[in-house]
Design a binder for this molecule. Structure first.
Ligand code: URA
Length: 236
């Protein structure tokens, strides 16, 4: 159970706790069709139907956001120098507690999952879950046809660390798609460096089988659909 004003302030963007109290005072808020008596009234966020001016408030316990990260932006909640992925979010997708579930390098572009669901983020990031992440990679030198086999056998990168088997699909001489099942620091770049090549452009195109929405320009974000959230959860 939760206080009505707290619920409204959490679920309605641009409404503060004070604003929520005012809406209740003006008689604009109903709980299961009955005018709310007080802002302190306790409601069940998952069971009660709360409406403002006759429109039901959609309850979202957590937010799941797909962002198409541009280069030059960092995957952090705060950074003194660079712009962060959270600062790119439009007003209506901002909420306390959001953070990027996984990091892309500053120069890497593409799919970043942003959420306030700590448990889901933990499962996405856990080395045990092996959530597949797909990357489009452009290289300095052409890849040879024996390379996919090397990736499926497990590349040894500096350290030395052996990577889990990964799937490499060659698209053209210098371009390929790479699916990883783990997330070591600078992993894609280090895998190709271990083979004497160099990544010149890197874009994450999929997380857990969910493709980055082609309609999102770099810097744009949208909420995952219910279907995508289901797929994300079931794929973990
Ligand atoms: N691998 C990298 O090298 N960089 C990224 O940003 C993601 C994966």
């Amino acid at each position: 159970m939760e206080r009505l004003d707290r619920f409204l302030a959490e679920q309605l963007k641009n409404i503060s706790r004070k604003g929520a109290k005012e809406l209740v005072r003006r008689g604009e808020v109903t709980v299961n069709g009955v005018k709310a008596a007080s802002a302190e009234q306790k409601i069940d966020p998952a069971g009660d139907v709360i409406a403002v001016s006759g429109r039901a408030v959609k309850y979202r316990r957590f937010l799941y956001i797909m962002l198409n990260k541009p280069a030059g932006v960092v995957c952090a909640t705060r950074d003194g120098l660079s712009q962060t992925v959270l600062e790119l979010l439009p007003e209506e997708l901002r909420r306390r507690g959001l953070f990027p579930a996984g990091r892309l390098d500053r120069d890497t572009v593409g799919f970043v999952l942003i959420t306030d669901d700590g448990e889901l983020a933990h499962r996405v990031l856990s080395p045990k879950s092996h959530v597949p992440k797909k990357y489009f990679v452009r290289l300095r030198d052409p890849v040879t046809s024996d390379i996919p086999e090397k990736f499926s056998a497990g590349i040894i990168i500096d350290g030395p660390e052996t990577c889990l088997p990964a799937e490499l699909e060659i698209l053209s001489g210098r371009e390929c798609l790479l699916t990883l099942h783990e997330g070591k620091y600078h992993q894609v770049k280090r895998m190709f460096a271990a083979l004497g090549n160099e990544v010149v452009y890197l874009k994450r195109t999929e997380i857990a089988g969910i493709p980055l929405d082609a309609a999102l320009d770099e810097g744009e974000a949208r909420e995952l659909t219910e279907n995508e959230v289901e797929r994300l959860k079931s794929g973990l």
